[in-house]
Design a protein around this ligand. Structure first.
Ligand code: FE2
Length: 282
């Protein structure tokens, strides 16, 4: 049942919704933890709201400063390295340096482009639960902001990663269809197939590269939302391989380090078709 404002405040005061790992930059900052906890509770409460109205967050100056810092730092490198679809989508969604966007507005915008919607989530969820929501053309997104001491780093998704990294890409029809296929696959996959789908997601949605004419551009959210990842991935010493499904689903990843290899897709339509064939084999 949806909580009243008083019940929500009481619940927030007494329950820390998800404990931060000890190496999280905000783990020892009680004010940060309380704020993150408050925003996470808004997301948890959303699921009990039959109207499913995404709660807007009144972001504070300190949070806006973090957003502004990352947004401005990324502007120049994205113009050199990001794929053109992404750059156009970022503009079309009206993302700006001086405002943290609300999921409610972005969700309505996405829906008009590709039928995708957003839903708030209070933190990381397990792979099948997260991916299978994509089948219903819904992307689960966090709303809190990373710790101010490390604007260029977060060990977990936050609104900066979601809005700058992921959300613009969902305006691309073939990418949206591919994501929905991954969601369907996650629902029917056995445990091994789910691991393989997780790798496919990682090496494309998070760290994918795409051919654009004679150039290679970034479209993965983990690249597009991190200055250091985006600069690092184009260094000649990082191997960049042509996308091969079998190789990709057999390549493990470590989320805590810079990616040692990257894969290049020829197009989103190609990615959609090989994923369709892959999932048809389940
Ligand atoms: Fe992500």
């Amino acid at each position: 049942m949806i909580m009243t404002a008083d019940e929500l405040q009481n619940d927030i005061a007494t329950t820390e919704i998800s404990l931060l790992p000890i190496d999280h930059p905000g783990a020892h900052d009680p004010a940060y933890r309380a704020r993150r906890n408050y925003i996470a509770h808004l997301a948890a409460n959303y699921r009990h709201d039959t109207l499913h109205k995404i709660p807007d967050v009144a972001y504070m100056c300190e949070e806006l400063a973090v957003w502004n810092s990352v947004f401005c730092q990324l502007e120049e490198v994205q113009h050199r390295r990001a794929c053109s679809f992404y750059l156009a989508a970022k503009k079309n969604l009206g993302l700006r340096a001086d405002e943290i966007p609300q999921l409610s507005k972005l969700s309505d915008q996405l829906n008009s482009f590709t039928g995708f919607r957003l839903a708030p989530i209070e933190g990381l969820v397990e792979t099948r639960a997260f991916l299978s929501r994509l089948e219903k053309r819904t992307m689960l997104c966090t709303q809190y902001v990373r710790h101010h001491s490390r604007p260029d780093y977060t060990p977990e998704p936050d609104i900066v990663h979601e809005a700058i990294g992921h959300i613009p890409t969902f305006t691309i029809p073939d990418f949206a269809d591919f994501s929905a296929l991954v969601g369907y696959g996650a629902r029917i996959a056995d445990e091994q197939q789910l691991i393989e789908l997780g790798r496919l997601y990682w090496w494309t949605v998070e760290f994918g590269l795409i051919e654009e004419g004679s150039e290679i551009k970034a479209f993965g959210a983990g690249l597009l939302s991190s200055f250091s990842e985006l600069e690092n991935c184009f260094r000649p010493k990082i191997p960049k391989q042509k996308f091969d499904l079998k190789t990709v689903i057999n390549t493990e990843f470590d989320y805590s380090m810079m990616q040692p290899v990257l894969f290049i897709i020829p197009s989103y339509a190609y990615l959609k078709e090989v994923t369709r064939e892959f999932i048809a084999s389940f």
